[in-house]
Write a protein that binds this ligand. Structure first.
Ligand SMILES: Cc1cc2nc3c(=O)[nH]c(=O)nc-3n(C[C@H](O)[C@H](O)[C@H](O)COP(=O)(O)O)c2cc1C
Length: 180
């Protein structure tokens, strides 16, 4: 499979099947994330894998509520990766030298995508989840108060009915050479 083909096969998966994910596979996804680049090589992340049934339910229930129910597919996710953004100060200091860009969020985003791409290679589906109740997850996983949870990723086997059509902007509307 070419790298572009792998990218085309990665899509957000929300229809998981009831099958445990082997930790060896998750470890390889984590290794892909660990190899990510980051500002100042600050590696501002910690990955908490949640595959214990009761904890998993707590995490799932923190990703939706009555008003915002669209993430309730997480109830069927076999596992989650909760990404804590750590050592933000180093990254913020570096980014703050001449501009106001929170590099640690860029770093976490790259690591998350590395994780999700290795998951494709492993035959697993993922969905990055940006809407969640942070305090509930921090409490469930005993994350220190001063830390921030940047992202949650659901992961598992799924009903594979072939890749969906990618809904993306046209190349002509996003690219230019040598000027804006
Ligand atoms: C930072 C981030 C946060 C996201 N949050 C959610 C979310 O809370 N719930 C959800 O179902 N999908 C979420 N997504 C998935 C996007 O909706 C999805 O990537 C986008 O629609 C493109 O579809 P694709 O991933 O299938 O190619 C998120 C994606 C990213 C990168």
């Amino acid at each position: 499979m070419s790298f572009l083909d792998l990218l085309k096969r990665r899509e957000s998966i929300r229809n998981y099947i009831d099958k445990d994910v082997e930790r060896a596979k998750i470890e390889r996804c984590l290794e892909a994330a660990r190899l990510s680049p980051s500002a100042c090589n600050s590696q501002p992340w910690r990955f908490i894998i949640v595959d214990e049934p009761k904890l998993k339910k707590n995490i799932a229930e923190a990703t939706f509520n009555n008003t915002i129910p669209f993430n309730n597919f997480t109830l069927s996710a076999p596992a989650f990766v909760v990404i804590v953004a750590e050592d933000r100060q180093l990254s913020l200091k570096f980014g703050g030298m001449d501009k106001d860009i929170p590099y640690y969020l860029i770093d976490v985003g790259i690591a998350a995508e590395h994780f999700c791409l290795q998951a494709v290679e492993e035959g697993l589906g993922t969905c990055m989840i940006g809407w969640f109740q942070e305090e509930k997850i921090k409490e469930a996983l005993k994350v220190p108060k001063e830390e921030r949870i940047a992202l949650v990723i659901s992961i598992g086997y799924y009903e594979n009915s072939g890749p969906r059509k990618k809904m993306r902007k046209d190349m002509d509307s996003i690219r230019s050479y040598n000027k804006y």
